[in-house]
Design a protein around this ligand. Sequence first.
Ligand SMILES: Nc1ncnc2c1ncn2[C@@H]1O[C@H](COP(=O)(O)OP(=O)(O)OP(=O)(O)O)[C@@H](O)[C@H]1O
Ligand SMILES: [Mg+2]
Length: 238
Amino acid sequence: MADTILEMENVVAGYGNTTVLHDIDIAIEDEQIACLIGPNGSGKSTLMKSIYGFADVMAGTVSFRGGEITGRSPQENLANGMSYVLQDASVFPGMRVHENMLMGGYVFEDDEQAAQRAEELYDEFPILGDIRDQQAGTLSGGQRRLLELARALMVDPEVMLLDEPSIGLEPKFIDDVFERIEQLNELGTTLLLVEQNAQKGLSVADRGFVLASGEIKYTGSGDELLDNEEVGRLYLGG
Ligand SMILES: Nc1ncnc2c1ncn2[C@@H]1O[C@H](COP(=O)(O)OP(=O)(O)OP(=O)(O)O)[C@@H](O)[C@H]1O
Ligand SMILES: [Mg+2]
């Protein structure tokens, strides 16, 4: 059995006085892909934000590698080996691709280290290397998503949280993004995805969670959830 790398226990979370998540208990195993699905507004993004320090945790604990991280700031989490790609476009449109990449490495002590890491990533993502001097605001949706993904890799994270990596992309780019996700996982990165394309998300996932009205309703392997009649009817449009 793999070790648990990320865990939420009895977590109640939301924003200020608004509670969105009730009693969340999930465990994510090291070097696996976990996928969270559920209807719009069910709290999927809030769950990620409550792990990463963008939402308020009112009760319960969040742990990373067995140590409690509840309430830590996004900066601390990033420096600690966890990175997060937000659901909404988060590139700096007025900056060049390369400057965006360097921003992803702002936790590095020296600039040389960040520049070196960016070069490594241009080798892995040649498309980005080709457009490194282009203003990020002029990128296509697929290019922008690739930049967001690569920028989140600047810190060589152990765990990546990806909120809706395929949303708004043309089918050919969707396959590309999922290929990247599986590749990253094969290299040892643990991933937690939120995916509106539930079939696709669960099909690459070792573990799946169904969230509805702020509660985890089903947990199982990706295949178990895909085969579950009730999950299919209620959440996979089948
Ligand atoms: N910053 C905020 N302040 C207050 N309420 C918020 C905030 N962000 C989200 N919410 C509320 O939390 C609930 C869950 O939102 P969340 O974005 O987590 O859902 P989601 O499952 O990610 O939805 P979607 O599939 O549309 O991305 C919604 O009722 C939303 O209005
Ligand atoms: Mg969301």
